[in-house]
Design a binder for this molecule. Structure first.
Ligand code: NDP
Length: 285
């Protein structure tokens, strides 16, 4: 079964649009997401455009602030601080990656926890690991949504996550653990990776290498979630970390690239923006 993140995210966004339509009567306005884009990297431009479109579909107000690559770290941090103070702004997102002269961790720490719709702020990350209320990073949240929508039982399963980044590998491992899977985290130093991936009943791959997971690395009936977004060196087309054509016949469930995890990430960003907005509005009532 191929799980379409595109279809599921369209359904969830339609539900969010209905919810957002009730907000002006209830709270006097709709949620407002501000996205900051530094530079003109085509990948980043396309992600930011996707976010603006999703806002349009859900009825969330979007402001995209474009800054030249020459912006200093100090200028960017001052802009974020202004937005932190602006009561009309509910969510702030700075599109990553940033130019080398700007520290991503400084930027992430400067966005206040309450407006951190990406769920990257250290306080949100800490709260996730302590099972406290928090904003959960969009991609890991989207992956759990996809698994549930496909009817996959997570509890009691052996899950292997390949990749241990702060934005995908680690948080998705934690969410799977919270769903009572037994989780193994693999990485670039893992010895005999194929034997580890073959032990998986649920395999989540977030490496960033085209078609790295080959047919011999996956057992029959595995649930395969492919997070990777790469260019196929032969065709130049988008592809995942998983050799989809070879593995799809063996997998019980698999996500395609494009159209799998990617749309769910943006969908969960909309959901996080709504959650931040509601928290703020309920708090000020
Ligand atoms: P990072 O580069 O931060 O992390 C990659 C991870 O893969 C690291 O933990 C690294 O191990 C591991 N790794 C690298 N090579 C190997 C190897 N040969 N064997 C085993 N593990 C390896 O990447 P991200 O987590 O940020 O992103 C991963 C992929 O997911 C990228 O393609 C990215 O574009 C995509 N992505 C997609 C999103 C979506 O919405 N669909 C959202 C975010 C990311 P080590 O820690 O040892 O270095």
């Amino acid at each position: 079964m191929i799980i379409s993140g595109k279809e599921l995210s369209a359904k969830l966004k339609a539900e969010m649009a209905e919810q957002v339509a009730t907000f002006p009567a209830k709270y006097g306005r709709v949620p407002h997401l501000v996205v900051i884009l530094v530079g003109e990297d085509p990948g980043s431009v396309s992600y930011v455009t996707g976010k603006a479109k999703a806002c349009e579909v859900t009825g969330i107000r979007n402001t995209t602030i474009r800054k030249p690559v020459s912006i200093t770290q100090g200028e960017l941090l001052s802009l974020i601080e202004e937005l932190n103070k602006d009561d009309s702004v509910d969510g702030i997102l700075v599109q990553l990656p940033l130019p080398r002269h700007i520290s991503e961790s400084k930027v992430i720490e400067t966005i206040c926890k309450e407006k951190d719709v990406d769920g990257f702020h250290p306080l949100n990350v800490a709260a996730l690991w302590q099972k406290q209320p928090c904003t959960v990073a969009c991609t890991p949240k989207g992956i759990i949504r996809l698994l549930k929508a496909a009817g996959v039982t997570i509890s009691g399963k052996r899950a292997v996550v390949v990749g241990r980044s702060n934005i995908v590998g680690l948080p998705v491992s934690k969410l799977l653990l919270d769903e009572n899977a037994t989780v193994t985290i693999a990485h670039s130093r893992t010895a005999d990776l194929p034997s580890v991936t073959r032990s998986a009943e649920i395999l989540v791959v977030a490496i960033g290498r085209p078609k790295f997971i080959t047919e011999d690395m996956v057992s029959d009936g595995t649930v395969v979630i492919d997070v990777g977004v790469n260019r196929d060196p032969q065709t130049g087309k988008l592809c995942g970390d998983v050799d989809f054509a070879a593995i799809e016949p063996k997998a019980s469930v698999i996500t395609p690239v494009p159209g799998g995890v990617g749309p769910m990430t943006i969908c969960c960003l909309m959901e996080n923006t709504i959650e931040c907005f509601i928290r703020k509005m309920e708090h000020s009532l």
